[in-house]
Design a protein around this ligand. Structure first.
Ligand code: ATP
Length: 230
């Protein structure tokens, strides 16, 4: 469904990605693992259109879409759950969801459906987004992406700073969303969790893929070596 072909990415003069290739098929969950600064978020930003990259460096259904604006990528079914969640603080949870639903694609996910499928949301629907715990905010951030009816969901560090219980809730919600054939890219600091939740993984180091494979066949020692670059 989506492939990234020998992609370079820059912030001004600084080069963050070096000829990185990556692909994900419909319904797959793929984990991106790697140390801080490896380039995982940059890859997500390139896919979602938040930074400018070579046009044929990102292919969606084999069509070049690299460098196209975020809004355009959203209309094609690519949605990001950003690091830090970035909910609108002055809006209630419901308003955050409604706003996203209006800007997203038509499809099976509506505000009513996310609340029905994830009833925990109902208990804080009318509260301001800022009045929620980190775990609750993360559930809202994922739900907000879902109501845009993506085919591909990019999740940047969705468990960061959450309690173990909240992390489980977040991954349970994601598992529920995946039943519909959604493809998911997971950037996750917790390597064990990343491998447990995914079909395949890529280990990124200094802007390059150094190891990839099926998650259930991952050699822990090789992954640790690729992760730390030792
Ligand atoms: P983390 O787990 O810390 O988020 P990451 O693997 O997601 O790490 P990126 O955020 O993609 O890494 O960063 C890759 C490189 O690009 C790092 O060296 C980082 O310092 C640099 N970088 C990221 N954002 C910017 C920016 N806006 N301006 C300049 N350099 C940046």
């Amino acid at each position: 469904m989506l492939s990234v072909d020998r992609l370079d990415a820059h912030y001004g003069l600084f080069q963050a990605l070096f000829g990185l290739s990556f692909e994900i098929g419909a319904g797959e969950t793929v984990a991106l693992i790697g140390a801080n600064g490896a380039g995982k978020s940059t890859l997500l930003k390139a896919i979602v259109g938040a930074i400018r990259v070579r046009r044929d460096g990102v292919l969606l259904d084999r069509q070049p879409v690299g460098g196209d604006a975020e809004r355009l990528q959203l209309s094609r079914g690519v949605a990001l759950v950003p690091e830090g969640r970035r909910l609108f603080p002055s809006l209630t949870v419901k308003e955050n969801l409604q706003l996203a639903a209006r800007n997203g694609r038509r499809g099976p996910w509506t505000v009513e459906r996310v609340v029905r499928e994830f009833p925990v949301l109902a208990s804080f629907l009318d509260r301001p987004a800022t009045a929620l715990s980190g775990g609750q905010q993360q559930l809202v951030a994922i739900s907000r992406a879902l109501v845009c009816n993506p085919r591909l969901l990019l999740c940047d560090e969705i468990s960061l700073g959450l309690s173990p219980l909240a992390v489980n809730e977040v991954y349970d919600l994601l598992a529920g969303a995946r039943k519909d054939g959604l493809a998911v890219v997971l950037v996750e600091q917790n390597v064990q969790r990343a491998l447990a939740e995914s079909d395949r993984y890529y280990c990124i180091q200094k802007g390059r893929t150094v190891l990839s494979g099926r998650s259930d066949e991952a050699d822990r020692a090789a992954v640790a070596k690729a992760y730390f670059g030792v």
